[in-house]
Design a protein around this ligand. Sequence first.
Ligand code: GLU
Length: 308
Amino acid sequence: MKIRGRFAPTPSGRMHLGNLLSALLAWLDVRSCGGELVLRIEDLDTQRTSPEFAAQLMDDLRWLGLTWDEGGLEPEYMQSCRTAHYEEAFHLLEEKGLIYPCYCSRSERMAASAPHRDDGAVVYSGRCFHLTAAERAELERQGRRPAWRVRCPDLSVTVEDGNCGTYTENLARDCGDFIVRRSDGVFAYQLAVVVDDALMGVNHVVRGRDLLCSAPRQAWLHRELGYAPPRFFHTPLLLAPDGRRLAKRDRDLDVEALQARYAPEELTGLLAFYAGLLDRPEKVTAGELVGQFSWAKVLKNDVVAGSA
Ligand code: GLU
């Protein structure tokens, strides 16, 4: 089977070192086995994203020598242009009786939720699932616009992650009914990513470990929609020297600042060192790493950036 990977950035700002690490590993994963890489622009939230940021991140990837075979700024690869596909999947889930409207405001959601999970998210109690038709009608009459949730079964889903190993969640207990469409009509990441990976023929998903906890629900959604889930590989997260997770607002580690400091081969070497692919940071091109790439070498734990 031909390996099809993807890199799926959200163009909401300049990428940071952690985004580049995921991009490098996604690239090495496909290039080391003669596969193909799709670049998908995750601009579902058009308020927070822009085509300019997307064009910028494409330049930044090229600067690092990370090329893709398909995708970029073409409508078929931009989530903001793919609503019809998400509608279709949403209706399929609706027909299966898995979708229900949720009228909870943010504060009600918090109150109606189980304690926080490890990743800080709350597990929704399913409160609006139990509304009667009359209660729903009354909320509608008051002008409340619902978000739409998918009902999660009491089912344990195990993902064999190609980097992190076995990861299991019970969907009802650990994940809870999650939002697939916002009250303003915008489809949620969890639905869009599954539909896109399936329709784009993606069978290897390489991305940061902050999304490991999304993998079981995504694998389950794939199956509910009649698709085979992809293989997941979650990459180590880079932490700032003070232990914070890198975020786009940490300007000191964004690509612009990095480009001022490093040549592409220096930065590639640094990323490869952080990933566990090199013993020390040394100049290397992405292409030179292909021959010796193996997931067995990639670190499983988070890495403090700046330790070089
Ligand atoms: N668009 C997400 C991000 O930029 C990545 C989603 C994914 O890889 O599944 O963080």
